[in-house]
Design a protein around this ligand. Sequence first.
Ligand code: ADP
Length: 215
Amino acid sequence: MASHEFRTPLAAINAAADVILRYYDRLNQDDIYQRLEKIKREVKDMTIMLEDILIIGKADSQKLEYNPVEINLVAEVKKITADYQLAESGDREIKVYYATENIPLIADPKWIKHITINLLSNALKYSEKEIEIVIKEENEQVVLMVKDQGIGISEKDQNKLFEPFHRGENVGNISGTGLGLSVLEKAVALHGGKITVESELGKGSTFNVFLPHVN
Ligand code: ADP
């Protein structure tokens, strides 16, 4: 399946390079620039896909790095979100709500960052309105929720969402590999937690990450 998924970007890279090689004396600078940009984009996507495939492989053989320390999930998520907003999200609004300023948790900060950024970037990618993050404590667990008001996910797709390469039938031409959530499921499992989704087509989605509490 993975090798099949690499064929499309490789074909696109090959086609763009072919055009440049064949017509470079007839193309103007902008034509060449656009094709080189396309090649760079495809290479970047392939690199992310390869990294995700490696993570899934390592998770399956229980070789994923996991370095838990005590963190305050609220401070951590606020910082990740602020940094991400500066770097990536332009003027999209991301609101962070939390019950108390300090919600302690034993977790690997690198994975918390990976989980938060992935859920945020999906919310931004599949919606156009405001995004909400909620951090709360519930029945001995800490819950990190990322809510959007975007395209939503059908019930049929919700059942398969965490399988590698599965993409919703309504994604249209929004780009993606269908690997991000599979990686997140493994990362959350490393922490002894679980990830769930609630969604309605056309209305929006909420991803819930449940992590065991520190007593
Ligand atoms: P990708 O976004 O690269 O396709 P993911 O594994 O992150 O891969 O997500 C798998 C699928 O789940 C997506 O293709 C999309 O159909 C659906 N999905 C994920 N997050 C959202 C969201 N916030 N809103 C709507 N659909 C989503």
